[in-house]
Ligand binder design. Structure first.
Ligand code: ARG
Ligand code: ZN
Length: 882
């Protein structure tokens, strides 16, 4: 790697309070497509906790300074140093003072989509993590909190709508010109990463909300002209989010307005800027014709997530970026709870754990593994990861499991009470729970510090004569990058002992206590628990509800798992038992395929799924989850090393065929029974029925039978909503090469003017597991609908290919790896964040079989050798190769 391509690491242990604080910020922004002028007036004062006599050092990024005054007087040239990345006032008076800084930026040339940029002509901003410094020089760190007043001025014609954080103060024409202005004031002190402004020609829907204490709030959602009809569901989700946070956490909204703006070009999902959330429009816009049930569920979850940040993130923010999980893990936990309350808790938990295992477990098992709270980073944007977000949420969930509902709520109440207005740390957070529950959480804190997925090996021994049952538990945690030695963790293990009648037996420990709420707390490397009065040999149902994010080795037999898949009272484990049978089968079948042996018959899985399908008491959404097999990368992760994706694909295809054949009558019956009449509704019950029908459609078509394909084709042609239409299209694309092309073109012709639907069309084609797909993806990258400048397009086409299409990304000839490496290099000059994320698709490269492993390594080395890499890509590639 070229020297100094990778920036110097920032370390948690080097944290020092800021030397200067900012009390107020006045921004005067004159919007212009290529030369937007920003006048920033900062009221600064020395921080009593900082180093005395320090210069004022302000961050910048690609900035150029136009003018600078201190208390109204221009500064002499030798009194300061201005570069693109910093402005230093060398010997400032050590007292409160005002700096006025003028910068000019070019929003049209901003392809990184950080700072002030343009999307479909509108002006918008993204400042987290370090984007504010691309607008003006500022101490751009989350522990500098200031009160902002913002005046925006623009051509009325170009930007009739002008928005910023907080409440509107005044607006009007700029006399004698074609321009107008608006002033916004945000009374809540906030860090610069929560700053936002928007200007553009936008359409709005608006609703009034009355908070629990009777305060009126105007809720607004702004979208591109013509799209207001698709914002209704987001508004509904927003209203439910405000209400839920009042009821579940006692948290009210705190401004007169809450605005959301949807933009087409956005690096991530959405951003929680105070009072002015900015969203990737994919997580706002929905109509039955254009959005799937999954899109609706995502919109609901992300609207809630960003709203919940108002308390967990904004009112209490992070001291530094190492504490990112303090707001993200906690807020993901909160949005998961919200969705669970709005929908089916069991199905939501299943979906969340599937996501955790498919995204976070591989991250934790590869070269990019890092703790939930990292202690060093070179590019913070690379730490908006599944570990910080999803594992971070699991850690909060474990805290709740350990402390119980009431203990958890008291801890949260104390956190809000103690830290409102603070820039806090993980230690601050944990101290609230320790205090509220009167317990020591120092060992629990290891969840924030140690990376890697712990393995829990459990074996059960029933003693018929003593009528007792002993569980031996062992925890291990393998070394991860930078962490050779590990300490034992606190693992809440929820469990049940299921008797022969399928019912839970009482959990009485031999010391006479009962295992509180069915949770054992594991703290040692090895521990045993003895239960008494166990009349029959039980089947232990372990880690119920996925109470801890661990890899469980249970030693249960296939018969035990089939039994649990039928009877477990815990719906997550009932689901998981079926998945374990499928996973074990797929691992065995993959090995058989590679050895040229006949594949095993999936009798146990047929029995388990047959029982699930036949149980009319089950929620269709649950049955659909049970029918959806572990993905190819799930199987790869289970195999762990020397992975041959083609063999996995062959084994999985054979299994889908066998299930489609063996379960045909039951699947056909379920397909017929769950047909819905009447207009589309995105509610969870209807979505569950569609999901079950569509899962059936897939397995029935996997057999390749003419009937299965005809059914999918009819489903496609008769669909009156995107869920059915797109799912049928995907069944055809994966299972019916002859019917595929006509269906793909019909779909494209119908939706060609709708970028979010075109994204689905691109993503689907990129996932087809056939040698022709790479050529298809290359051709699509040259298609007029594709653009390297739009992150959604890039993620749909290139991202899906690299992260989902295991056989084609990991082609044995290396062409898939080369293609993605080229795409990363192509993108890096334009949008490093998106490029770095794409490159992270290589994260499991060391687990591949030798031929594919060396082609992946070659591709990574090619990227590493490129001169002038962004810090983002340089960081990912160097850690990937370490
Ligand atoms: N805080 C945002 C969220 O709610 C994520 C923004 C991250 N953006 C970035 N460029 N790193 O999850
Ligand atoms: Zn977030």
């Amino acid at each position: 790697m070229p020297r100094d391509a990778v920036p110097q690491p920032v370390r948690l242990s080097d944290y020092r309070p800021p030397d200067w604080l900012v009390d107020t910020v006045h921004l005067d922004v004159r919007l212009h497509p290529t030369a937007t002028r920003i006048l920033a007036r900062l009221a600064l004062r020395p921080n009593p906790e900082g180093r005395e006599g320090s210069p004022i050092v302000l961050d910048g990024d690609e900035l150029s300074l136009k003018s600078l005054t201190l208390d109204g007087t221009p500064l002499a040239g030798n009194a300061y140093v201005a570069t693109a990345s910093a402005l230093t006032v060398l010997a400032p008076p050590q007292r409160a003072l005002t700096l006025e800084i003028e910068t000019v930026v070019d929003p049209s040339a901003n392809t990184k989509l950080m700072g002030l940029y343009r999307s479909s002509g509108a002006y918008c901003t993204q400042c987290e993590a370090e984007g504010f410094r691309r607008i003006t020089y500022f101490p751009d760190r989350p522990d500098v909190l200031a009160v902002y007043t913002v005046r925006i001025e623009a051509e009325r014609e170009e930007a009739p709508v002008l928005l910023a954080n907080g409440n509107p103060v005044e607006s009007g024409p700029v006399e004698g010109t074609s321009r107008h202005y608006a002033v916004w004031h945000d009374p809540w002190p906030k860090p610069s990463y929560l700053f936002a402004l928007v200007g553009g020609r936008l359409e709005r829907i608006v609703e009034e909300f009355v908070t629990a204490s009777g305060r009126k709030v105007e809720l607004g959602i702004y979208v591109e002209p013509g799209k207001a009809g698709r914002a209704g569901y987001a508004m509904d989700a927003l209203r439910r989010s405000l209400r839920w946070d009042e009821e579940a956490f006692g948290r009210e909204y705190d401004l007169d307005v809450f605005n959301i703006v949807a933009v087409a070009d956005f690096n991530m999902g959405a951003m929680e800027n105070k009072g002015l959330n900015v969203f990737n429009d994919k997580y706002v816009l929905a109509s039955p014709e254009t959005a799937t049930d999954a899109d609706y569920a995502n919109i609901e979850a992300i609207i809630a997530h960003e709203y919940f940040h108002n308390w967990t993130g904004n009112r209490i923010t992070c001291r530094d970026w190492f504490q990112l999980c303090l707001k993200e893990g906690l807020t993901v936990f909160r949005d998961q709870e919200f969705s669970s309350d709005q929908r089916s808790r069991a199905v939501k938990r299943i979906a969340d754990v599937r996501l955790l295992k498919s995204h976070q477990f591989p991250e934790d098992a590869g070269p990019l593994a890092h703790p939930v709270r990292p202690d060093t980073y070179r590019e913070i944007n690379n730490f908006y990861t599944a570990t910080v977000y999803e594992k971070g949420a699991e850690v909060v969930r474990m805290l709740k499991t350990l402390l119980g509902e009431d203990g958890f709520r008291s801890g949260m109440d104390l956190y809000f009470e103690r830290h409102d207005g603070d820039a806090a740390t993980v230690e601050d957070f944990l101290a609230c729970f320790a205090a509220a529950a009167g317990t020591d959480l120092s060992q629990f804190a290891l969840w924030y510090a140690q990376s890697g997925t712990p393995q829990l090996t459990v074996s059960g021994h029933w003693d018929a004569s003593a009528r007792s049952f002993r569980l031996d538990v062992e925890q291990t945690l393998a070394p991860t990058p930078g962490q050779d030695e590990k300490r034992p963790m606190v693992i809440p293990l929820a469990l049940g002992l299921v008797g022969p009648d399928g019912r839970d037996m009482p959990l009485l420990l031999d010391d006479g206590t009962n295992a509180g709420r069915g949770v054992l707390t594991i703290t040692q490397p090895r521990q045993s628990f003895v239960f008494r009065d166990v009349e029959h040999r039980p089947v232990p149902s372990l880690n119920r509800g996925f109470s801890a994010p661990v890899k469980l080795v249970s030693g249960l037999t296939t018969e035990d798992l089939v039994f649990l898949a039928r009877h477990d009272a815990d719906p997550f484990n009932r689901f998981d038992a079926g998945q374990s049978i499928a996973l074990a089968h797929l691992v065995e079948a993959t090995a058989a395929h590679r050895a040229g042996h006949p594949l095993p018959a999936p009798d146990a899985l047929v029995a388990a799924l047959g029982a699930t399908l036949g149980d009319a008491s089950l929620d269709p959404a649950f049955v659909a989850q049970a029918l959806s097999l572990p993905s190819e990368s799930d199987v790869a992760r289970e195999i762990g090393g020397d992975v041959d994706p083609d063999a996995i694909h062959a084994a999985r295809l054979a299994l889908r065929r066998a299930l489609g054949e063996a379960l045909a009558p039951a699947l056909e019956e379920a397909y017929a029974r769950h047909a819905l009449a009447g207009p589309y509704s995105p509610d969870a019950a209807s979505a569950g029925r569609r999901a079950l029908r569509n899962a059936g459609l897939d397995l029935l078509a996997a057999t390749g039978s003419a009937e299965g394909v005809a059914r999918a084709l009819a489903h496609f042609e008769r669909a009156d909503n995107m869920t059915d239409r797109f799912h049928a299209l995907s069944v055809l694309a994966h299972n019916a090469p002859l019917a595929r092309e006509a269906a793909l073109s019909a779909f494209y012709e119908r939706f060609r003017d709708d970028p979010l639907v075109v994204d689905k069309w691109l993503a689907l084609q990129a996932q087809i597991a056939e040698p022709g797909t790479l050529e298809r993806v290359r051709a699509l990258a040259a298609h007029p609908t594709f653009s390297w400048g739009n992150p959604n397009r890039v993620r749909s086409l290139i991202g899906s290919f690299a992260s989902i299409n295991q056989t084609q990304f990991h082609r044995a000839d290396g062409a898939g790896h080369d293609f993605v490496a080229e795409a990363v290099l192509e993108l890096d000059g334009r949008n490093p964040q998106v490029a770095a994320r794409l490159l992270a698709a290589f994260k499991s490269w060391r687990a591949l079989e030798p031929v594919r492993r060396s082609s992946a390594e070659r591709a990574l080395r090619r990227v590493a050798a490129r001169e002038g890499l962004s810090p983002d890509v340089a960081d990912i590639v160097s850690r990937s190769l370490d």
